[in-house]
Design a protein around this ligand. Structure first.
Ligand SMILES: Nc1nc2c(c(=O)[nH]1)N[C@H]1C(S)=C(S)[C@@H](COP(=O)(O)OP(=O)(O)OC[C@H]3O[C@@H](n4cnc5c(N)ncnc54)[C@H](O)[C@@H]3O)O[C@H]1N2
Ligand code: MOO
Ligand code: MG
Length: 422
């Protein structure tokens, strides 16, 4: 009889993996390609904002003190000296009784200390000259965006590892980052193992199935921010499989295989790790699904042996491979963000192991709601299309009921959290 593998707790497994995590490499990309990448250095304001005193409104700039006696009954009249639009420079220093017609975003002229909106001013012409009349008091500084009032030069606006969303792109553009240092996407080898596997374009044959895991894991790796190299599917044959996996190991930053990690006669991954001289960190975890997920390391590079069962494969990637990819992208909040959600369906089956149930999060009127994504079986593929979260149910003797507050890991968030606590 073969010796049973000893399962380790999932937190311990994650810890073991993360001990070997490495920061990634840096590359310089053109601003036009920066969306969706992660910054390799903090984003620093290269100038103060605004860089000059400017008007937030279309209106008139003048000295506030000129209006100290202004009222409905006592309108104050100004001579309008010039008109400046955004991007133009004022040429006249204002004296008492003078105003400049100014547009939103334009520089405040010397001598002015306030701006009145066009709507509260009456302008008119007399003898070929422009005038403006004000019926209300203004305060010095009123309606002026002073230089540096929004940001100081040198302010840190996004940390190293930050995800470049549209707002971060706006900041990069504001501060002239025409080229941006970002984390280089790690290159992940994707290999599906199994003599039963057919390609997408092959008709079904007795005893065979189409390879879905290879494409699923490739898509998960891309969602996590990596680049993929697909090495195809391998027959369960030791020599050819070893050769291909060894080649992939040398050509990429990490190798992800699916299938062949359990104890069957054609489960070749344990022997392949041995031949490669890779250190197996664990090969059994106290979790469902994905208990057979195996992680090995050689020369600082990872080999993730994910289960062949589709749901187990999916979960194994999100728990173990994704944080390693995030670390390579300098994201220290490398774990899926955790939230609480109200369970919307009974889940009566107790289980001694921690479960990661493929789930669907909805945004209900009172907050997050969680539904089962479909059939809760390790070998199910049908639930995955509907999955945007993993519900974490602690192992124990009890089931869960509608209305219970449960923890969920959100799979489609770009933000994460720094600790893996479940
Ligand atoms: N005696 C035992 N048998 C099994 C155990 C065990 O502890 N003792 N563990 C079970 C668990 S749990 C799982 S999970 C599976 C894991 O199997 P493997 O990782 O070795 O994967 P395979 O045997 O290659 O395949 C399992 C299953 O998945 C299908 N598969 C494989 N690759 C793909 C793919 N690319 N796309 C879609 N489906 C795939 C394959 O046809 C099998 O049906 O082992 C249990 N057995
Ligand atoms: O590794 Mo398995 O997924 O627990 O069914
Ligand atoms: Mg197997």
């Amino acid at each position: 009889m073969m010796q049973a593998r000893k399962p380790i707790p999932v937190c311990e497994a994650v810890e073991k993996v993360m001990l070997h995590a490495q920061p990634g490499k840096i590359e310089l990309v053109n601003f036009s390609d920066v969306g969706g990448r992660r910054l390799a250095e903090p984003l620093i304001a290269t100038n103060q904002v605004p860089t000059f005193d400017k008007s937030p409104y279309d209106g008139f700039a003048f000295k506030a003190s000129d209006t100290k006696d202004a009222s409905k009954e006592n309108p104050i009249c100004f001579e309008v000296m010039e008109r400046i639009g955004a991007g133009e420079l004022p040429t006249i220093t204002l004296e008492s009784g003078q105003a400049t017609r100014i547009m939103t975003g334009a520089m405040i002229p010397e001598g002015a200390d306030c701006v009145a909106m066009l709507e509260v001013c009456k302008d008119f012409q007399e003898n070929g000259k422009q005038y403006m009349e004000m019926k209300r008091r203004m305060e010095a500084g009123q309606n002026i965006m002073t230089a540096g009032s929004e940001l100081d030069e040198g302010a840190i606006l996004a940390e190293k590892g930050a995800y470049v969303n549209p707002g971060v792109e706006a900041l990069l553009a504001t501060f002239g980052y025409n080229e941006v240092k970002v984390a280089k996407k790690p290159l992940v080898a994707i290999i599906a193992t199994g003599t039963e596997l057919l390609d997408i374009d092959e008709p079904l044959q007795p005893g065979k199935i189409r390879n879905s895991n290879g494409y699923m894991v490739g898509a998960q790796a891309k969602r996590a921010g990596a680049d993929c190299k697909y090495y195809g599917k391998l027959q369960d044959e030791l020599e050819s499989s070893y050769k291909m996996i060894e080649q992939a190991f040398h050509e990429t930053d990490m190798v992800i295989t699916t299938g062949g990690v359990s104890v069957g006669d054609f489960d070749l991954m344990p022997e392949i790790y041995k031949r490669l001289g890779a250190e197996v960190l664990f090969n059994k975890i106290g979790m469902r699904p994905g208990s057979v997920t195996t992680v090995a390391v050689k020369d600082g590079k990872f080999l993730f042996g994910l289960s062949g069962n589709p749901s187990a494969c999916y979960v194994g990637f999100e728990l173990f491979a994704r944080p390693i990819i995030q670390k390579a992208l300098f994201n220290n909040s490398c774990y899926h963000i955790k939230a609480k959600a109200v369970l919307k369906e009974d889940f009566p089956k107790p289980n001694p192991f921690t479960r990661f149930v493929r789930s669907n999060i909805e945004y209900g009127p009172d907050g997050l709601e969680v539904h089962l994504a479909g059939l809760d079986k390790s070998n199910a593929v049908s639930s995955l299309g509907n999955t945007n979260a993993l519900m974490v149910l602690p192992g124990g003797t009890r089931g869960f009921k509608v209305g219970d507050l449960v923890q969920v890991l959100l799979l489609e968030e770009t933000r994460g959290q720094a600790e893996f606590q479940i």
